[in-house]
Design a protein around this ligand. Structure first.
Ligand SMILES: [Zn+2]
Length: 146
């Protein structure tokens, strides 16, 4: 049985326990539907471990913003060569961080659950295709309803 690598599961924002179920519903840049699922669609793990757990993701998001702001400043300097105008750097940081906010929203929660939650562990026995069990359930549901 092939196991899902942690880096790939994190990149695709999959559940930290089974590495199969999606943590988020909707696309990263769809503002109407970019929200975290209550529980994993595969292994039923509840993502918000305790009430208000994702307040801690704000600190992760803050750290991400600081790093990204630094990188945006460096890129602005490389591209323009300007070292005089503070407004150039201020507007570049504001625009860049606004554009990256859906990324930060998503990956701050991913980093929190994968790296900063000691109670959350990977369960390799849950890391298997869900299609087989779902189709079996669908077949048994069909049999019971008809
Ligand atoms: Zn899961």
């Amino acid at each position: 049985m092939e196991k899902t690598p942690k880096s790939r599961a994190m990149l695709h924002a999959k559940c930290p326990r089974c590495r199969r179920g999606k943590m988020f519903e909707g696309g990263m840049y769809s503002f109407s539907s970019n929200r975290i699922n209550i529980h994993c669609p595969d292994c039923r793990m509840i993502f918000e471990i305790e009430p208000g757990y994702f307040y801690a993701a704000m600190y992760v998001s803050y750290a991400l913003n600081i790093m990204e702001g630094g990188m945006i400043c460096y890129l602005t300097y490389l591209i323009t060569g300007n070292s005089d105008s503070p407004w150039l750097y201020t507007s570049a940081i504001l625009f860049g961080l606004f554009a990256l906010s859906p990324v930060n929203f998503r990956y701050s929660r991913v980093f929190l659950l994968y790296w900063l939650s000691p109670k959350v562990h990977y369960h390799p026995e849950l890391d298997k295709p869900a299609i087989v069990t779902e189709s079996r359930e669908a077949v048994t549901n069909l049999k019971t309803t008809t």
